[in-house]
Each structure stands twice: as structure tokens, then as C-alpha cells.
Design a protein around this ligand. Structure first.
Ligand code: MOS
Length: 748
């Protein structure tokens, strides 16, 4: 073609298509959909961690004018129950928690009643008047005090994505004993809670026919509609779940949360529209990153060849579900060590089931492993980056198969160069600035690159604009934007002519948005649906009189600049508008799905990788750590949009700093309750904690992962940060802090 293309948006840093709506308040969240005659529900939480409810006295609350009902296990609808074999899309093995099921208290903060009133303020006040008598039982909430109860997890279908540790290989004990260089360490992580800006909320709009329109905070409307229809035995046609925007999820919206149950139950019982919004305190009552204890031992020959690797982990879980995550497998996958022993056990406690939180298990296990690597490097007197290069492999040594692509070596090279790693003096305490110690540390990151099945619809309308939809979510990641780009490029259209919609259970089905798989999963479905439209356009082109496309195959055409074109002679072209006009005044509508290509994928491990380099500054007198600068180099396949992609990695890096230095849900084991349940006391990194963050995307081509070559970016950004920071703190101070978070008391 002679003129340069005006279409072709993939790879360009276009602004978020939903950006203006989000910053002007036009984007609405679950608690912002106002419907006439709305009522308000406020949840009452259990004050004890274990035992039974002996009695409720709701008379004062019910005596207030405008209080409509107080729901408890005593008066909840019989119908509203579900078979415990029901599993939401992120349910671990076990029996899911059922709000208001009976008098049993399983954890502190458990929802035990819902007060519904004509106004929010009234409901909130009435909730304070409910008197509850409990019969307390002894609870156990302390992981470290209960390690002797550790047992193997029960496994379920989710194990496809969360495989148990592979069988031991070689002879770890013997080889480790004989190794000239070795380390062993124990690493303890505090529990953490998801604290997205948006609180969990559900607004149920009830219409006289009994149909429910539900605005829910969720990472998957499909997951929510399945839950509602199963729990309340409602046919799909009578429920619709919408979630056009989400103010942050990080995993907390992967499971239907209890406000959804409460709001739907109340709406059906009262035949009114109901909103239930949780408080910030209640954000600490439905799942958390589990506290863990890990042990790692690494052994190497004098030249740095790592030949012995041990990694075990103990994670907490609830008494009713076996929440698991992949904590220990990464070392066996990442390093070509021949003698490997890995173990993973659970300790059931009187807490709610833990819940996936950004890079679940990955950021936990890789912290311990990559700090251990640093410890081994010091034992060897070897540069930590050299140790990783010495033990570099293109194979997944757990599965004994190659990676579909792995540009980690290039991440190391580009990251180290940008950071200036080569000028590092390995000696701890060798760098100072005024009264501050400076330290440099590095670590590797790894995460899975998965694809799930999904469907999408594409409609080329008579006005030549394209509408595309899928019941997926944009959890802040940029889904709206990159799907618009993928659709636009597939049909050679400018992004301004494409409207992508999501977050509606009436749309073609998509899985929960998590696990870093949305770009690959929904992107593949969007591409497939747009290709179906393209094929229909080619058919229309062939039917036109004197068509230059007669006898032309799909493989021989392309779409660019709003035209269907011959690949090898792009000037032979028909405009999309001309083609739509041939369709008898009708839009061209196609719905189709995309499945992972199991045949292509089965002989490969699919992962994203990163190399992280950090500089910290430690004030020795105060014990404070400041992360001066971070360079993260990421290999994650094809980057659809460098701007939204960079934002994903930056977000992960910020959280990595937060996790390394600040985040910790503090449990009072006497009460069995998380005590710092507010943003005043649950510390997260704020602007003042964040300094120079640099992101490099390393070029990586991969046609095995999916036809788009994308691997997903939601989680890899956090994985390497905590270890790199801990290693930098060691380099600065000579103090090896193995527990997270590295609060100042640990450095004094
Ligand atoms: Mo993510 S923890 O899979 O939302």
C-alpha cells in the first residue's frame, strides 16, 4: 500500500478508553446505581471467633420507625440455601461459607445479621441496637503455635491451576550434607487483607415481576449470576448481574462475597430494592492472603552450580475449606537443580478461608526462595545475578519440558544495565549517604501465563461502527482499552469506531478476571468473534458484481484502514462500509468462543518472567527503609498497550514495596480477631513511599500461548519486589531479615 496505515493500534500507548468516565465520576460502581424506593442493609458481624449464638434481641432495632426487618439465621428464608457441593469459580475444596446458615460462629467478624431500613443511616444505627448473646468456644488462630496440626491439603479441580508440589527428585539430604556451600532459613509472612478503594457492595433492583437486576462488585458477573441462581434457585432469565466498573479487586472479588447473598435475600423477602455495602472494617472479614511459614535450604558446588533445593511451606486455612496456593513449586521450575524436595501443608484455624491475593503463593514463595538465593550467593562469594545466570535454564525442571518462551536472560541483561548493577560492591554496609546506609538487591519473578475458555460477540453495525462485548471485567487493568484495540486491529478499524462493553451477565460468557489471564482469554475470544465478522464480510465481497475477491481465501485477505484488502495486493480493496451496505440493511453479528489450544500448549510450560533491581536507603537510627529506585524488566509476550501495561507493572511494584515494608494484618489471638482493620492502622504504601520506578518490557515472541502472543501482566509486577527489597536491606545493613513485612523494629 502506498499511504501509511492510520489503523493498527496494537503496541501503541493509547489512553484508556474509559479514562474520562472514570476521572469525571461518570463511571458508576456497584453502590452508586440508584433505583427508586431503595432500602439499605447493614451487616452485623460476630464479636467472637468461635462458638454459638445463644440469642438475638432485635426488639429495639425493630421498634424504630423505618426499620423493615432484621434477618438472622432464625428467620432467614428456607429456600435461600444451597447444596454445599456448589462451587463458585474460585472455591477451594470443602464447603463454602453460607451466611446466616445456623447459630455456629466460625470466625470473628462472621456476618450474623442484616438490618434493613428505609435509609442507610437508620439501618446503621439500628444495627448498633442488636444485642447478641454468645456461647464462646476456644478458638485457635495462631499459625506458628499450631504448626503441629499441619496436614496435606485436600485437592480439587482447582489443582489444575494450583498443582501440589511435584515428587522429590534425586537425593536432597545426601547432596545437601556434602555440599561445600549452603544456606538454610525460615521465612514468616504476616496475613494481609485486600484493600481496594471500592468497598464491597451490591445493589439489587427488584421489579414487580420478581426479576432481579443486580449491580455487584465482582471480578466476574458470570460467577455472581451462577451463585445467585444456585443459592436462591432462580432461573437465569430472572436474574441479571452487572458490574461495568470495579474500584480494585486484587483477588477479593474472585468469589461472591456475602453482601451479594444478603442483598438478594432481603430483596426477595421484602420485595424491595436493597443495597448492602460493607464497611472498611468488614473488608477484613471475608478472605485474606494467608499467614505462612516457609523453610528453604539451598546447596551448591563451589562454582555456584546449585545441586540441592529444599522448600516447604505451611499456610493457614479455615476449618471449612482447604485454601491452597502454589508457594513452593517455583524453585524446582526455575532452577535446574537435580536434588529437590518440596512440601506444602495446611493448618486449619478458626479464621475465614484465605483468598487469592495478587500473585497468590507466587509472591510468597518467591520471596523466600529469592532471599535464599541471595544468602547462597553470599555464602559462595558470588554476585547474586551471576548465581542466577549460572543456574539459568530454558526448561521447566518440574515438568521436564521447555517454556513456550522465556526471555528472562534478557530481563537480567537489560535490567542490570539500566540499574547499573555491574558497579555494585558486594560488601554489605559498603555504601553510605550522610547517615543512611544504601543497599542494592535483586531478585527474579515468575508467574503463570494461562488462558481460559471465553466467548465474545462482535457486531458490525449498519453505520460502520463495531460493537464488541464479553461478560468479563475490567478490574482496573485496562480490559476495556486493550479489547477495543484487539477488535479494532482485527478488522482494520480505528479504535474510535469500536465500542467494547463488558460486565453484564447477558453478554457472552467469560470466566472471573484473575490469574493474569484476561488479556489472553478474552482477547482471544474478541479476536475470534471479529474474525467471524471478517469472514462474513469476505462472503459479502465475493457476492458483489465483478468482485476482485471471487475465489479468494480467508488466508489471503487482510483488514486495514477500514477496508478489506488482498494481502499481496492491498490496493485491491473494498471499504467496510460498502460491504455492510450489501447486507440488506442489517448489522453483521457474530458470537463465538476461543479455547486454549491444548494440543499446541501441552508440551510447554507457559510463564511470565521478571528481573527486579532495587536500591534502598536505611536510616540506621530509626530503622526506616526507603526504596529509592526500582528497575523491573518484564518478559510477558506481546504488549498490546505499553501504557496500560506499564501501569499494571507499576501497580504491582508499588504493592511489592507495600508488602515488603508495611502490610500486615495483626491478629489478637486472645480475641481471634484482626485488630488493625482500617486504613489508618493497616498500612499500605502511599505516594510518599514511592520514588523512582522504572519498567522495561523485553521483547518476547510466543505463538504457543495463544494467537495474540500475550501472556498477561496483572501479577508478575509484584512477584520479585519483596525479595529484591529484603536483599537490598541486607546489602545496606548486613542484617538478614527473613520475615515480612520488614518493619523498623526488625532493623533496630
Ligand atoms: Mo487475582 S489474585 O487472580 O485477582
Amino acid at each position: 500500500m502506498s499511504a501509511p496505515l492510520i489503523t493498527g493500534s496494537i503496541g501503541k500507548p493509547i489512553n484508556r478508553v474509559d479514562g474520562v468516565d472514570k476521572v469525571t465520576g461518570k463511571a458508576k460502581y456497584a453502590a452508586e446505581f440508584n433505583v427508586p424506593d431503595l432500602t439499605y442493609g447493614v451487616v452485623v458481624s460476630s464479636a467472637i471467633a468461635k462458638g454459638k449464638i445463644k440469642s438475638f434481641d432485635a426488639s429495639d432495632a425493630l421498634g424504630l420507625d423505618g426499620v423493615l426487618q432484621v434477618f438472622t439465621h432464625e428467620n432467614r428464608p428456607k429456600l435461600a440455601w444451597f447444596d454445599i457441593s456448589y462451587k463458585d469459580q474460585d472455591a477451594p475444596p470443602g464447603a463454602p461459607f453460607r451466611p446466616l446458615h445456623n447459630a455456629t460462629i466460625k470466625y470473628s467478624g462472621q456476618p450474623i445479621a442484616l438490618v434493613v431500613a428505609e435509609t442507610f443511616e437508620l439501618a446503621r444505627y439500628a444495627a448498633t441496637l442488636i444485642r447478641v448473646e454468645y456461647e464462646e468456644a476456644t478458638h485457635e488462630t495462631d499459625l506458628e503455635a499450631n504448626l503441629h496440626k499441619a496436614r496435606k491439603p485436600k485437592h480439587g479441580v482447582a489443582d489444575l491451576l494450583k498443582p501440589p508440589p511435584p515428587k522429590p527428585r534425586g537425593d536432597f539430604d545426601k547432596v545437601y550434607n556434602e555440599d561445600p556451600n549452603k544456606m538454610a532459613g525460615r521465612y514468616v509472612h504476616a496475613a494481609e487483607h485486600h484493600n481496594p478503594m471500592e468497598l464491597f457492595a451490591t445493589t439489587v433492583s427488584y421489579d414487580k415481576s420478581g426479576k432481579l437486576t443486580i449491580y455487584d462488585k465482582t471480578q466476574g458477573v458470570t460467577n455472581s449470576i451462577l451463585y445467585v441462581s444456585q443459592v436462591f434457585n432462580i432461573p437465569f432469565k430472572d436474574v441479571r448481574v452487572l458490574s461495568p466498573y470495579m474500584g480494585g479487586g486484587f483477588g477479593s472479588g474472585l468469589r461472591p462475597q456475602y453482601q451479594l447473598f444478603m442483598a438478594v435475600m432481603a430483596a426477595r423477602e421484602l420485595k424491595r430494592s436493597v443495597r448492602v455495602s460493607l464497611t472498611r472494617q468488614q473488608m477484613f472479614t471475608f478472605g485474606h492472603r494467608p499467614a505462612t511459614v516457609q523453610n528453604v535450604a539451598l546447596g551448591a558446588l563451589a562454582d555456584g552450580t546449585m545441586n540441592a533445593l529444599y522448600h516447604d511451606a505451611y499456610g493457614e486455612t479455615s476449618q471449612f475449606e482447604d485454601y491452597t496456593e502454589v508457594v513452593v513449586n517455583w524453585g524446582g521450575q526455575l532452577y535446574p537443580t537435580e536434588n529437590v524436595k518440596m512440601d506444602y501443608k495446611l493448618v486449619p484455624l478458626d479464621v475465614y478461608s484465605p483468598l487469592d491475593m495478587r500473585a497468590p503463593g507466587g509472591v510468597t514463595g518467591m520471596h523466600a526462595l529469592e532471599v535464599a538465593m541471595d544468602e547462597l550467593a553470599y555464602d559462595l562469594g558470588m554476585d547474586p545475578l551471576q548465581l542466577r545466570l549460572k543456574n539459568y535454564t530454558d526448561m521447566d525442571h518440574n515438568e521436564k519440558r521447555p517454556y513456550s518462551s522465556k526471555e528472562l536472560r534478557e530481563c537480567f541483561r537489560q535490567g542490570a544495565e539500566r540499574f547499573g548493577w555491574n558497579s555494585r560492591n558486594p560488601e554489605p554496609r559498603s555504601m553510605k549517604k550522610d547517615h543512611n546506609l544504601i543497599g542494592w538487591g535483586m531478585a527474579t519473578g515468575i508467574w503463570d501465563a494461562n488462558q481460559m475458555p471465553a466467548r465474545a460477540e462482535a457486531v458490525l453495525m449498519v453505520n460502520g461502527k463495531l460493537r464488541v462485548s464479553s461478560a468479563t471485567a475490567d478490574i482496573g487493568t485496562g480490559t476495556y482499552t486493550i479489547m477495543t484495540q484487539i477488535a479494532a486491529d482485527t478488522l482494520g478499524m480505528p479504535v474510535s469506531d469500536v465500542l467494547f462493553k463488558l460486565g453484564d451477565s447477558d453478554m457472552p460468557i467469560a470466566p472471573i478476571s484473575g490469574g493474569s489471564w484476561t488479556a489472553a482469554t478474552v482477547g482471544s475470544a474478541v479476536k475470534a468473534a471479529c474474525e467471524e465478522v471478517g469472514k462474513s464480510l469476505l462472503k459479502l465481497a465475493k457476492k458483489m458484481p465483478d468482485s476482485p475477491f471471487k475465489g479468494v481465501k480467508w488466508e489471503d485477505v487482510t483488514f486495514a484502514d477500514k477496508h478489506l484488502r488482498l494481502k499481496n495486493d492491498p490496493l485491491v480493496a473494498i471499504s467496510l462500509q460498502t460491504l455492510v451496505d450489501q447486507n440488506g440493511g442489517k448489522a453483521i453479528r457474530e458470537i463465538t468462543g476461543a479455547l486454549p489450544n491444548a494440543f499446541k500448549q501441552k508440551n510447554y510450560t507457559r510463564s511470565t518472567h521478571s528481573a527486579v533491581f532495587v536500591e534502598v536507603m536505611v536510616d540506621e537510627e530509626l530503622g526506616t527503609v526507603k526504596v529509592n529506585r526500582v528497575v523491573t524488566a518484564v518478559a510477558s509476550g506481546r504488549i498490546i498497550n505499553p501504557k496500560t501495561a506499564r501501569s499494571q507493572i507499576l501497580g504491582g511494584m508499588v504493592w511489592g514495596i507495600s508488602k515488603a515494608l508495611e502490610e500486615e494484618s495483626v491478629m489478637d489471638h486472645n480475641l481471634g480477631r484482626f485488630m488493625n482493620h482500617s486504613l489508618a492502622e493497616y498500612h499500605v504504601a502511599v505516594n510518599a513511599d514511592i520514588h523512582d520506578l522504572d519498567v522495561i518490557f523485553v521483547e518476547e515472541h510466543d505463538d504457543i500461548v495463544n494467537p495474540l502472543g500475550v501472556k498477561g501482566l496483572g501479577e508478575i509486577g509484584i512477584v520479585g519486589l519483596p525479595a529484591a527489597i529484603a536483599n537490598a536491606v541486607f546489602h545496606a545493613t548486613g542484617r538478614r531479615v527473613r520475615d515480612l513485612p520488614i518493619t523498623l523494629d526488625k532493623l533496630l
